[in-house]
Design a protein around this ligand. Structure first.
Ligand code: 5GP
Length: 210
């Protein structure tokens, strides 16, 4: 018997820059049947970034054309500057592959996704403290002093939205936080709703025997 296609779960991961969000997202997509959504952005690539790996880099004109064409599931101007967006095609890709999708997006984008897909599962990543966040931002030394101050202020604003998410993961210790974020996905996948099609299949295989 061919199993019914399963529902694609959408995991939204947000949190301030320096919370270790991207590392935890990488750990989440290490689970089988997980797909990382590749966002589009107008910000320039950092030296270590290759197009198509984490982002596709677009000009502002290209980005605006895609907004007009309705190609984004969500989009936002993050830090009031550059555009970031999740193409709808990422959701189609996950559905066609029968996989779950992980979106690493900001709070504004998360709100739009939850409006369109109310079953999307929000996970908020928190640093253990403001002092630790500041230490991590400085250790990265990728940003100027002004940029660090801006990121700390943004973090304060973003963290006020954590109550809109279903789960919170405090990234105090990477190994422990990895277990927590993976456990959330495993538990969500084990809920009766999303795994219903599979369970129906198992039950029907018993029909003749009962
Ligand atoms: P960065 O430029 O440091 O990679 O990301 C800056 C911020 O943009 C992060 O908070 C990240 O979560 C957010 N972001 C990345 N991709 C998207 C996206 O597709 N949509 C939205 N709304 N935010 C995004």
């Amino acid at each position: 018997m061919t199993p019914s296609p399963r529902e694609t779960l959408v995991f939204i991961v947000s949190g301030p820059s320096g919370s270790g969000k991207s590392t935890l997202v990488e750990k989440l997509v290490e689970l089988p049947e997980m797909l990382l959504s590749i966002s589009c952005t107008t910000r320039p690539p950092r030296p270590s970034e290759r197009p198509g790996e984490w982002y596709n880099f677009l000009s502002e004109a290209e980005f605006l054309r895609k907004i007009e064409a309705g190609e984004f599931l969500e989009h936002a101007r993050v830090f009031g500057r550059e555009y970031y967006g999740t193409p709808r095609s990422e959701l189609d890709r996950a559905r066609a592959a029968g996989k779950d999708l992980v979106l690493e997006i900001d709070v504004q984008g998360a709100r739009q996704v939850k409006q369109k897909l109310p079953t999307a599962i929000g996970i908020f990543i928190l640093p253990p403290s403001r002092a630790e966040l500041e230490r991590r931002l400085r250790a990265r030394s990728q940003d100027s002093e002004d940029e660090i101050e801006l990121r700390l202020e943004r973090a304060r604003q973003e963290m006020a939205a954590y109550g809109e998410y279903k789960y919170a993961v405090v990234n105090d210790d990477l190994a422990a936080a990895t277990v927590r974020i993976q456990a959330i996905a495993v538990a969500e996948r084990s809920r009766i709703g999303p795994s219903g099609a599979r369970i129906e299949g198992i039950l029907s295989s018993f029909k003749g025997a009962i």
